[in-house]
Design a binder for this molecule. Sequence first.
Ligand code: CP
Length: 300
Amino acid sequence: MRHDHLIGANQLSRADIEAVLDRAAEIDADPSAFADAHPDALLGLCFFEPSTRTRMSFDTAIKRLGGGSVDMGTVESSSVKKGESLADTVRVIAGYTDGIVLRHPSEGAATMASEFVDVPVINAGDGAGQHPTQTLLDLYTIRENAGLDDLTVGVMGDLKYGRTVHSLAAALTTFDARMHFVSPESLRLPRNVRFDLHESGAVVKEHTDLDDVLGELDVLYVTRIQRERFPDENEYREVAGEYRIDADTLDAARDDLTVMHPLPRVDEIASDVDETDHAHYFEQAHNGVPVRMALLDSML
Ligand code: CP
């Protein structure tokens, strides 16, 4: 890939994406062939917000490539707690490592960090902004289950604060996918994301009711309402639990509908969906390792 840093999905051309997905498929088929690909590489994990999948799958990925990781730990246990700036923190960690994976609550943090270091910065989520590596594993999962051509995707839940949604929408424009966004009025796509989709010429429709589109979908991408981003807890309570699917909901879906979720889920997908052939969200989470191995292989 030709980029020094990966900040947003809009950096990625269709060719970039396909190259990563193809390499991930090679890795998936024979992980042992890549076991010594990067024996001297050290990855810095800098997570200013909680994470299970992104942190652990990057850690797993670099180790499966033969490299290692150093982890900043939690904000509470690091010198961030003493007031150290993000710029100083990443400058120091860049001196220890060959690349930095950064998650931060502020939109734009990864861009800012990338201006202070001369190792690649990978945005692992910046507030309500972007989460491009999640998008790569999402696309890998979609390609495996539904293919990426002639695709109709529904995205439901928190479209306003959901960074995985913003990145996925940008990437899907490169595949000419038809996109249906389903949310309460208060959680519709941000204006800048809608503008970019419009500028790209993408076929986009917005809905408040999943029933309007469920039967047309190849993929339904469900997201958690991002409680931590609401300025007012009452606003969260007004929409919490409204956009939820269970096995009965999916009676109206096509038999081959692929249901995805970036996880963690709270209650937006009932556990009875887990037992159906529609459920692909755990497979999606597992795909984080080969996809992040492929990405690191190309960037380090
Ligand atoms: N999907 C995702 O980013 O999960 P984590 O918050 O656990 O990393």
